[in-house]
Design a protein around this ligand. Structure first.
Ligand SMILES: [Mg+2]
Length: 234
């Protein structure tokens, strides 16, 4: 019997277990088209990102906040002249985002199925409560999780709290995700392993440098490599 130290594995959801950012990008493109008479696409996107950055502290992460930021940007760019009919279309695009089909990532299902017998799996995600619950239900992955934590932000305190409650504490836990800023760096700061699974589309506000001197930092190409990685930890 090996002395397995790991008890708990946390998984980010958006762009780790299922596609997400690609739907935001499509919505943003549609948004810039709606305002094409007033400004070019690049400057609309820049103003939108600035609004999102400003508004995170008020609305948190997710589609509702994104929709409000689109409306705010539209008011700014048109200097208050945006027709109500266009605001209605912006609201529609936001609602469409709340009903996009759930597309799970390669290897997500088989990996969770294989790990669920041995480890306590926890889904840890930001975003709108309704939307994340919907996506979890539609993904068909819910049964693999011992717990689901939908949180307003992901900090070292968040991970310490969750991993102290579930399993053997942060030192015996691992967090797996596509955001260095939200999933990896704070989990390592909490004392856990941080396994970075890069996604080609990651929101610019989630970018930070890879940790350089962190013995518990790991990086894999896709979820199919996770079990092999865990076996090397002993
Ligand atoms: Mg993510």
């Amino acid at each position: 019997m090996t002395s397995r130290t790991l008890t708990t594995i946390g998984f980010d959801a958006d762009d780790t277990l299922w596609q997400n950012e690609q739907f935001y990008r499509l919505t943003e493109t549609h948004f810039t088209e709606l305002l094409a008479d007033f400004a070019d696409g690049a400057s609309i996107s820049e103003r939108l990102l600035a609004a999102e950055r400003r508004n995170l502290q008020h609305y948190g992460f997710g589609i509702k906040g994104f929709t409000l930021s689109m409306i705010e940007t539209a008011i700014e760019i048109t200097e208050g002249k945006i027709p109500a009919s266009v605001i209605a279309q912006i609201l529609d695009t936001g609602r469409d985002l709340l009903s996009h089909p759930v597309e799970t990532m390669p290897h997500a299902r088989e990996t969770l199925a294989a790990l669920a017998d041995t480890y306590l799996l926890v889904m840890i995600t930001k975003g709108d409560l309704f939307d994340q619950e919907r996506k979890l239900a539609q993904s068909g992955l819910g049964d693999f999780f011992h717990a689901v934590e939908i949180v307003s932000d992901k900090t070292a305190v968040t991970y310490r709290r969750i991993f102290s409650k579930i399993g053997g504490g942060p030192e015996r836990a691992m967090m797996v995700g596509n955001s260095l800023k939200s999933d990896i760096v704070p989990a390592i700061a909490a004392g856990s392993y941080g396994v970075f699974v890069p996604h080609e589309l990651t929101w610019v506000l989630e970018h930070v440098e890879e940790p350089s001197e962190a013995p518990r930092f790991r990086k894999i190409e896709h979820l199919g490599e996770l079990r092999g990685l865990i076996d090397t930890l002993g």
